[in-house]
Design a protein around this ligand. Structure first.
Ligand SMILES: Cc1cc2nc3c(=O)[nH]c(=O)nc-3n(C[C@H](O)[C@H](O)[C@H](O)COP(=O)(O)OP(=O)(O)OC[C@H]3O[C@@H](n4cnc5c(N)ncnc54)[C@H](O)[C@@H]3O)c2cc1C
Ligand code: FES
Length: 287
């Protein structure tokens, strides 16, 4: 695989050359999050910034192995490097899990439309994260916490299958005590030690009160969760244009050329992965 000659500038990689050519990067740090998921802190070898918006993704290239789209999990307020949290499921992700700090990889992107930050400013935000859905939401949650005065209430609902599958334990420990946000969590199945709520994520909706006129819900999780989390958000009075989701589709190119991510006339890699529910509600295959 060819590697782009990274130019001597700090502008986002996609503005520097071909959208098809990865820029050379390296792993700074890895951290095991669960048995299946690992965090990778990555920086470009020429010191450039990724320049992303929360909700965007990159294509990770492992030379001689392949590429996979992965959400950017760190906030753009973190400078000098960025973070990806990766579940080992197939060729690229399993190989990446075997990489150590210093190892080289290629990055294309950032790609896609992220969360509508300017529209969210001033509003209360209800975050609904299911399992690995916390990976892209963490970028936005940390962005909001780093710009706390620009937003209203921050309510986070997080559901995992079991306590062992909770991601970002250090951050969850901080969020539980934080006065900057209202954090609620649940697991589908307890492990005997768990003292918190047991039940699917929708059981948390009954515990919160919101003002629907000034609240936006931002929902990311497994496909099964969307329908029910959207219904609960509507039940709280939140309008469809204030319900924001991120859709995961099988992607290849990430740049609107191959059609792998297409749902009807929509290229998810270009127009998404973030959409308002109002935009996709009539597209049967979307949710
Ligand atoms: C926008 C976006 C953001 C994402 N963000 C993340 C993230 O932050 N973290 C993360 O861990 N993952 C993320 N993913 C998912 C990740 O890209 C996929 O899991 C990807 O397939 C992993 O690549 P791989 O080569 O390791 O796996 P693959 O070798 O592609 O295999 C993955 C799984 O899919 C199956 N599979 C492969 N090809 C097909 C096919 N054509 N049809 C049906 N099943 C198939 C395989 O059998 C295997 O079970 C994201 C995906 C998208 C689109
Ligand atoms: S992933 Fe190729 S068109 Fe969207």
């Amino acid at each position: 695989m060819m590697i782009s000659a990274a130019k001597d500038c700090t502008c986002p990689p996609q503005e520097q050359g071909s959208i098809y050519l990865p820029s050379l990067a390296e792993i700074v740090r890895t951290k095991e999050l669960t048995k299946m998921e690992k965090l990778f802190e990555i920086r470009f070898r020429n010191g450039q910034e990724l320049g992303h918006q929360p909700g965007q993704f990159v294509e990770v290239s492992l030379f001689g192995i392949g590429e996979a789209p992965i959400s950017i999990s760190s906030s753009p307020t973190k400078k000098g490097s960025f973070e990806l949290a990766v579940r080992a499921v197939g060729n690229v992700t399993k190989a990446l899990h075997s990489f150590s700090p210093g190892a080289a990889l290629g990055i294309r992107g950032p790609f896609g439309k992220g969360f509508p930050i300017e529209e969210l400013e001033g509003k209360d935000i209800l975050f609904v994260a299911g399992g690995i859905g916390l990976v892209p939401l963490r970028s936005l949650i940390n962005y909001v916490l780093d710009n706390r005065s620009s937003f209203g209430r921050v309510i986070v609902l997080f559901g995992a299958k079991t306590p062992a599958e909770q991601l970002f334990l250090d951050e969850l420990a901080v969020w539980r005590k934080s006065k900057e946000m209202e954090y609620w969590e649940t697991v589908d199945r307890s492990d005997g030690q768990w003292k918190g709520n047991v039940g699917v994520i929708t059981t948390l909706f009954s515990k919160i009160t919101i003002d629907p006129k000034k609240t936006a819900a931002v929902i990311v999780g497994p496909p099964i969760m969307y329908r029910f989390a959207i219904l609960e958000s509507q039940g709280k009075g939140i309008s469809n244009d204030q319900i924001i989701v991120s859709l995961e589709r099988r992607m290849k190119c990430g740049v609107g050329k191959c059609g792998h991510c297409q749902i009807n006339h929509i290229y998810v890699c270009q127009e998404g992965p973030v959409f308002s529910y109002a935009k996709i509600k009539d597209i049967k295959e979307a949710i």
